[in-house]
Design a protein around this ligand. Structure first.
Ligand code: FNR
Length: 361
């Protein structure tokens, strides 16, 4: 039989991923002033031992106002480079590849960790931490969320520069990939969605205008990021509500992102607001794979599928179906950091002890 697609390499610019398994970005709420800690070394390092083709860090804030929670990773200051470089060096030492997910939480900035309830900071909590919620328009993300400050032109320019500066720091830290977090209701999603973006200037109104800020960020980051290294972008393919961002919009966005120099579109969904959270598509195995498939087919872009991809045979079917070029695994990899090795075994590959960490193999 043919070699499983899941364990065939994928070349993106000058980077060759040894297999198609990507560890999905997952917030840990374990950083100190945005600096990676021992937790990140162990958490991300274990996936390198597990044989993933690429590991993505959690959403890493490009500015203090862009944090989901106070303990997010950040790359808004030079002091945050060395602690992340330590993680990158460890992963590289194990023959792994690692990317950083750059994020700005926008109007969903400032919330408690999920295990502390996940609720939004009050205005008093935002003030106490010197944080502001920023968005396209003064429309709150839902009950319990304060109304964000609408970004003016200078604010928009500053956000773009924050992404550029964070990208330069990602280069300094030695990352192999940058992924832009344009999904889940954070700053970029809020500009894309007509439910959150009520602007009447060049950044609001028709879809082309709503895409302007995300595309400007992508182009600016591409200019800072070495041409040899791939740029990923996670999007929410659909808001999940009536008259909101939909799959046709995402096909158009995927094309435009590719023109801006994005190499992989990572297809997630939802997260725009408390209201849409209740009405998004039912969750089941591979519940977002169809979105990746349509975007890949219609926009002709490289896609990464994510969402309840739980084992090797399922992942292999997704790749064979032509829906995606890469699969991202989140919770299943938390349960089993050696998920890629198990998947290889389940797909009938002989044990590749030479590819194991030398101390294990
Ligand atoms: C996430 N997810 C997520 N997504 C993202 O783009 N940036 C992030 O920082 C996070 N943080 C995060 C934390 C935790 C603990 C979980 C479980 C999830 C979403 C994640 O990347 C993935 O898209 C979903 O979990 C769906 O995939 P799985 O878990 O079904 O494989």
């Amino acid at each position: 039989p043919d070699r499983p697609l899941l364990f065939s390499p994928l070349r993106l610019r000058d980077l060759v991923l040894p297999n198609r398994v990507v560890i999905s970005p997952m917030c840990q709420h374990a950083a100190e002033d945005g600096r990676a800690t021992d937790w990140h070394l162990v958490h991300l390092g274990k996936f390198a031992l597990g044989g993933a083709g690429l590991i993505l860090t959690e959403g890493t804030a490009v500015s203090p106002h862009g944090r989901i929670g106070l303990k997010d990773l950040g790359l808004w200051s030079d002091a945050q480079v060395a602690p992340l470089a330590r993680v990158v060096d460890f992963v590289h030492g194990q023959g792994g590849l690692i990317g950083v997910q750059l994020a700005h939480a926008g109007r969903k900035a400032g919330s408690h960790a999920l295990w502390e309830g996940g609720h939004a900071f009050s205005q008093a909590e935002l003030d106490a931490h010197g944080m502001r919620r920023l968005g396209p328009s003064p429309v709150a993300a839902g009950p319990g969320w304060t109304v964000p400050d609408a970004l003016d032109e200078a604010g928009i320019a500053a956000v773009i520069e924050d992404f550029a500066a964070a990208t330069r720091r990602a280069v300094a830290a030695g990352f192999d990939v940058v992924e832009l977090h344009f999904g889940h209701g954070y700053l970029a999603t809020s500009f894309l969605s007509p439910l959150a973006n009520r602007r009447r200037d060049a950044f609001g109104g028709p879809r082309e205008n709503r895409m302007r800020l995300p595309l400007a960020i992508a182009a600016r980051v591409r200019a800072e990021w070495p041409a040899a290294r791939p740029l990923f972008c996670r999007i929410s393919a659909v808001d999940g509500a009536a008259d909101s961002w939909d799959l046709d919009d995402s096909v158009a966005l995927a094309r435009a992102l590719t023109s801006a120099g994005v190499d992989v579109v990572d297809v997630s969904s939802g997260g725009l607001s408390e209201e849409t959270r209740r009405i998004t598509v039912p969750r089941g195995l591979g519940f977002q794979v169809g979105y990746a498939g349509r975007i890949r087919q219609e926009a002709g872009v490289v896609t990464q599928a994510v969402g309840m991809i739980v084992d090797g045979p399922q992942a292999e079917d997704i790749l064979r179906s032509g829906a995606a070029d890469l699969v991202a695994v989140g919770r299943a990899a938390l349960a089993d950091p050696y998920w890629p090795r198990r998947a290889a075994e389940d797909l009938g590959l002989p044990p590749n002890y030479a590819g194991w960490p030398v101390r294990h193999g």
